[in-house]
Ligand binder design. Structure first.
Ligand SMILES: Nc1ncnc2c1ncn2[C@@H]1O[C@H](COP(=O)(O)OP(=O)(O)OP(=O)(O)O)[C@@H](O)[C@H]1O
Ligand SMILES: CC(C)(CO)[C@@H](O)C(=O)[O-]
Ligand code: BAL
Length: 289
């Protein structure tokens, strides 16, 4: 695996290698099995895998964890080699946003709710950096985790709207054995918070179970999820949302492809999780996608 930190080096490397199909895995680093699952999928789909590690300042709000976000390039490089990454792009902030940069990409409407509402400007930062990375890497395929389901919807919308020639491939959420979705931010959790963080996946399981019994009412499902999260004294609900997917429309009764998503704070650590579910009209006919 080669590591490059400038756009010029990356473009020269790709020009020399001339891979047939490039698979791209954008990340913010501090790699875990969730990231590795994206690389595995990229290896199966493409013949050359590029990963980027860039903690993108543009997608962090003023009071968020940009400075404390975990970083460990040495460890990440080792994990990336083992996973089969061919080229690692590790740019500086100045390389990505040289003085004088003035363009922001904004995807409208589907960014108004969920994480977009809790983190104003977040998806402008995501869309801008992902568009830039796509322009730099020119991938045939790009792999994103469904843990960030709204992000996947936003990137797919941007790719469609801007006629970009990349296929976005959503990949399933990887979880710990006890159900907690893997996240780089899990390292912030105290032992107590780590145990209580199981309320996220439990609340989703509760909603899924109720849907299986025929419950379709959004208020009732939300209430049931709130009750599960309420069993954790440390948990503070940021949002619980049940919406159509990928257009993220509000509804009173669930039907069709639906996203059940939540964000919960444990002190300063904010965790997200979701399930994407195919809701049939008939009782007990729901399936997780
Ligand atoms: N548990 C997971 N399963 C599958 N994909 C994941 C998982 N966690 C992260 N990803 C995906 O990895 C890519 C890079 O994400 P990122 O580097 O922000 O990791 P992260 O663990 O989500 O970090 P954080 O939760 O702190 O935002 C994204 O497409 C994200 O959806
Ligand atoms: C897609 C991404 C790498 C853009 O910074 C980031 O939002 C992430 O890690 O999910
Ligand atoms: N995985 C999404 C990146 C962020 O939380 O900023």
């Amino acid at each position: 695996m080669r590591t490059v930190s400038t756009i010029q080096e990356l473009r020269t490397a790709l020009k020399n290698i001339r891979p047939q199909k490039i698979g791209f895995v954008p990340t913010m680093g501090y790699l875990h099995e969730g990231h590795i699952s994206l690389v595995k999928k990229a290896r199966e789909t493409a013949d050359f895998v590029v990963m980027s590690i860039f903690v993108n300042p543009l997608q962090f709000g003023p009071n968020e964890d940009l400075d404390s976000y975990p970083r460990d390039l040495e460890r990440d490089s080792q994990l990336a080699v083992e996973a089969g990454v061919d080229l690692l792009f590790f740019p500086s902030v100045e390389e990505m946003y040289p003085t004088g940069s003035r363009t922001i990409v904004s995807v409208h409407e589907i960014t108004d709710a969920l994480c977009g509402a809790s983190r104003p400007g977040h998806f402008d930062g995501v869309a801008t950096v992902v568009l830039k990375l796509f322009n730099i890497v020119s991938p045939d395929y790009a792999f994103f985790g469904m843990k960030d389901a709204q992000q996947v919807a936003v990137i797919m919308q941007m790719v469609r709207d801007l006629n970009m020639q990349v296929e976005v491939i959503p990949c399933p959420i990887v979880r710990e054995a006890d159900g907690l979705a893997l996240s780089s931010r899990n390292v912030y959790l105290s032992e107590e918070a780590r145990t209580q963080a199981l309320v996220l996946s439990r609340a989703l399981a509760e909603a899924q179970q109720l849907l299986g019994k025929g419950e379709r009412n959004v208020a009732a499902l939300r209430q049931a999820m709130e009750t599960v999260i309420g069993t954790s004294p440390l948990a503070e609900i940021d949002y619980i949302e049940l919406r159509s997917y990928p257009d993220l429309q509000l509804t009173d009764e669930l039907a069709g492809t639906c996203l059940i998503a939540l964000a919960v704070r444990f002190g300063t650590t904010r965790l997200i999780d979701n399930i994407l579910i195919e809701v049939a009209k008939e009782e007990a006919a729901c399936s997780v996608r």
